[in-house]
Design a protein around this ligand. Structure first.
Ligand code: BEZ
Length: 212
């Protein structure tokens, strides 16, 4: 099954390094990042899971719960977490799903058989508080992800969920944004963008980030 943007993120119950996880219950009213990695005790995954632990306060600030996953069993996760903590100078502070029966990987299409028959690829799903999928990313096993980029996208998703704007190329929190093309009524423009806006082309209008 291919999960596409706007789909409802499938709910599941599965074992994890912190006990059984009921996905929707775990998320509550928060945003969520569900991400898979190929296997425990591998070098790139070790650096990735360490980086996510070090970014915990950044995810917390944005009201985002993180959840990792591979097809390794709970005992393996627990042993590997000791290595991550030791080598990445952090403490893994989020659960890692032990998807031994591939229930969740299959539900989310995290195994790409033409890349690898057995292991999950590096999938990322960002889920909104409405349980809809807001972002999907897939990386191959050989390339570690950039979790600063995932935080950047979450900033954009959270901003654009609440204001009639979109974020331009390489945008970072605090920078100017573009006004959604659908907003053309002068009164509405004035009301929604009290800080003013610059018309570069009729379809390209820049405004200061509205929530700053
Ligand atoms: C790694 O995490 O280092 C890795 C995992 C699978 C294949 C290649 C690298």
């Amino acid at each position: 099954m291919t999960i596409q943007l706007g789909d409802t993120a499938p709910d599941f119950t599965q074992e994890s390094s912190e006990g059984p996880i009921h996905f929707y219950e775990y998320l509550g009213k928060s945003w969520g990042v569900l991400f898979s990695h190929p296997a425990d005790f591998t070098p790139v995954c070790t650096t990735e899971l360490g980086a996510v632990a070090r970014l915990k306060s950044e995810f917390d600030k944005r009201n985002v719960k993180v959840l990792a996953l591979s097809v390794d069993p709970v005992d393996s996760h627990k042993e590997w977490i000791r290595d991550i903590n030791e080598t990445q100078k952090t403490k893994v502070n989020y659960p890692i799903i032990a998807d031994h029966d591939r229930k969740v990987s299959t539900l989310y299409g995290m195994i790409h058989p033409n890349a690898n028959e057995t292991f999950t690829v590096r999938s990322v799903f960002v889920v909104g508080p409405d349980k809809k999928v807001k972002l999907t990313i897939t990386y191959p096993a050989s390339t570690g992800r950039n979790f600063d980029e995932i935080l950047r996208v979450i900033d954009s998703l959270q901003l654009t969920a609440n204001y009639s704007v979109a974020t331009p190329v390489n945008w970072k929190d605090g920078e100017d944004v573009v006004i959604a093309p659908a907003i053309t009524d002068p009164g509405e423009l004035e009301r929604k963008f009290p800080k003013g806006y610059k018309v570069i082309k009729p379809y390209l209008r820049m405004t200061p980030q509205p929530n700053r």
